[in-house]
Design a protein around this ligand. Structure first.
Ligand code: XIL
Length: 377
């Protein structure tokens, strides 16, 4: 009898151990492994992660991602806040994390209309620079920053958001002072500073027809002038209605035809009510908080969970269909609790845009996304 009981206990222990191992295997599905044959999977690191103050996020970053971007720490206002001042600490830390963990490090972003201090466009007496002086300043900046990380940064978002949705060039100070060729000059300078690094053009609403046509024309002009470009970045700040599946497929198809790889560089899904009649990700547009704009403070209802899952499924179906042309998918942040969408365009909302929830758990939709990989359409 005793022997039988012992055997039973051993059997139960074996079952429990197997159970733990099995659930462990399930819990260990990682994003980078799930999509390893198709694309790199990236995320953006914020200040506290780079300062070492958020070990729990760091665990996820190392486990699930094979590419990293700085959410803010490589922007002009952070890295070069004053004429004589460079601050490399957090950018250095990003590069060290990437190098230690074999991750493709993406530099974000060199030339942009936002998060660039006003002094950049003025001389010491506050007068606006002329074309040559601004080009000189741009070149100096690019040589300093790109030069510092030469051989370490896999690719740079060289120019961010140069076009309006209607395809015209955004009326930034770069355009006003230097003229249309500021984009090409920036690409040339980065290439001179680090001939091996990849060079990307990055923008939101890349699926809009007019913007798509304008970016493709720019790529053709680059090719005609022998200016290198290695990637087309779709920021991927998307919503429940936009982009429609048709517009996304059409845009992916058109960019794929250029032969330049596509990257989804800042993916997140905003399922909160729209704050204004504008769909895009221009950080200079903001709206006031209203009660009806923040409906899911206590959690997401099932109906919205379904919307969330279906939209991510739509996105990944498109990515998988065009996987030969898409090299990387980067999420804009690690988990819902720290997404910029909690504070843009309205400050202080409760947003649910990413694949990890506020408790650092991978959301169930991952299982459906993985099934798509096995059965590409
Ligand atoms: C955002 C950051 O996530 C925020 O923390 C910051 O306050 C503003 O910028 N397009 C871009 C990103 O290219 O750099 C922006 O990041 C989001 C929109």
């Amino acid at each position: 009898m005793r022997f039988i009981l012992l055997k039973y206990h051993l059997y139960m222990i074996t079952l429990i151990v197997l159970g733990i191992m099995f659930s462990g295997v399930q819990a260990q599905v990682t994003l980078k492994d799930a999509f390893k044959d198709l694309f790199l999977i990236g995320t953006a690191l914020n200040y506290s992660q780079l300062k070492g103050d958020d070990p729990e996020s760091m665990k996820i970053i190392k486990q699930h991602f094979n590419s990293i971007t700085a959410e803010n720490s490589m922007k002009w206002e952070q890295i070069h806040p004053g004429p004589e001042k460079y601050e490399f600490k957090l950018a250095d830390s990003l590069v060290a994390i990437g190098a230690r963990n074999n991750m493709a490090i993406i530099g974000h972003t060199l030339i942009w209309h936002a998060q660039t201090p006003d002094w950049v466009f003025n001389d010491d007496s506050g007068n606006e620079l002329d074309r040559d002086k601004l080009l000189h300043r741009m070149k100096e900046y690019i040589f300093t920053v790109v030069g510092r990380y030469k051989g370490k940064v896999f690719g740079w978002d060289v120019v961010n958001e140069a076009f309006e949705d209607n395809g015209s060039l955004r009326k930034s100070k770069w355009l006003k002072i230097i003229g249309e060729d500021y984009i090409q000059r920036a690409f040339e300078y980065v290439h001179q500073a680090d001939p091996e690094t990849e060079l990307y053009y990055n923008d939101f609403n890349m699926w809009k027809e007019d913007k798509c046509a304008a970016v493709i024309n720019m790529i053709k002009a680059f090719k005609a002038n022998n200016i290198p470009i290695h990637g087309i970045g779709f920021q991927g700040h998307w919503g429940t209605e936009w982009p429609t599946n048709d517009s996304l497929y059409m845009a992916l198809e058109s960019y794929a035809e250029t032969g330049v790889p596509i990257m989804i560089t800042e993916l997140d899904l905003n399922i909160l009510p729209m704050a204004f009649d504008y769909f895009g990700a221009d950080i200079t547009k903001r709206a006031e908080m209203r009660e009806d704009l923040d409906p899911y403070k206590e959690g997401l209802p099932d109906s919205m969970q379904i919307v969330f899952n279906n939209r991510y499924l739509d996105f990944f179906k498109a990515f998988i269909k065009y996987h030969n042309s898409i090299s990387r998918i980067t999420f804009w942040g690690v988990h819902d609790g720290i997404s910029w969408l909690n504070n843009w365009p309205v400050h202080g909302r409760t947003a649910y845009p990413l694949l990890f929830d506020r408790d650092y758990q991978l959301k169930p939709v991952i299982n459906e996304l993985i099934k798509l990989v096995k059965k590409p359409e």
